[in-house]
Design a protein around this ligand. Sequence first.
Ligand SMILES: [Zn+2]
Length: 304
Amino acid sequence: MATPLSADALVTALRNEGVTVVEHDGWRSHNRAGHGAWGPVHGVIIHHTVTSGTSASVSMCWSGYDELPGPLCQGVIDKTGTVHLIGNGRANHAGTGDGDVLDAVIAENYGDAPPSPNENDTDGNARFYGFECINLGDGEDPWPAEQLDAIERVSAAICRAHGWTAKSVIGHKEWTDTKTDPSFGMPDLRDRIADRLGSKPSGGGTDAQPAVSLAHVIAAARTDAPAAQGHTTYKAEVLRVEQALAAEGLLASTWVDGSYGTKTATAYAAWQRRCGYTGRDADGIPGRNSLTALGKRHGFTATD
Ligand SMILES: [Zn+2]
């Protein structure tokens, strides 16, 4: 369960994953607010458009049509792999699907594929980000490597930002038995997303990652900030967190000192907002999801 990423956090996550992003005018306030919930979010649904041509497809996904007003997704992935952001918030992409599938996605505990959908009892537009990939869906229109690479990166970017695994990414055809998109195999895509999530955005292995204890850094955050300047608690683990915050551009190197002081807390709060948290949930004291997400991006494993 997660609060949806802010528009800025989504753009940052996509760019950090190496995605080419086009922000269409007005996308940040283009949504279906007032027609149902948006969030908490649990995953990503991949679609194909059954259209051709980038501008016509983007325009259709922006506006929708008589029976189904737009936006029809948060982003359109074209055949060159460029991602066109057209919606921020609830979008008409998933419709209703099978609540058992949602449960499997939340638990991230299924095998190659989630249980086959056989009922349409759950609002997917509230729970999933949606990406429409330009393809005729006839089984003959090709899926260029650049487009498949972008689908993989977009999915990984959102999973990484939320601390999800590849099992949080499903196809529309896996959500409801009334759809057949996308026309490629989702288990193979999930394998590639999982491989990508196993490395930093810039690549590199993650074998034998150092551990950072959530309890230790929470203790440090509660102890160091009110203590004298430079006070340290669990210094080595705090250093890892600070190095990650600095790599994110959120903390000046001066303050990468192993002391969880107010500068570190402020930087961590900015990271929490980037993860989609707001208000008191972005208080600068690490939580499991934000610490896990930070570790996945910067080579440490968050433990209890
Ligand atoms: Zn679809």
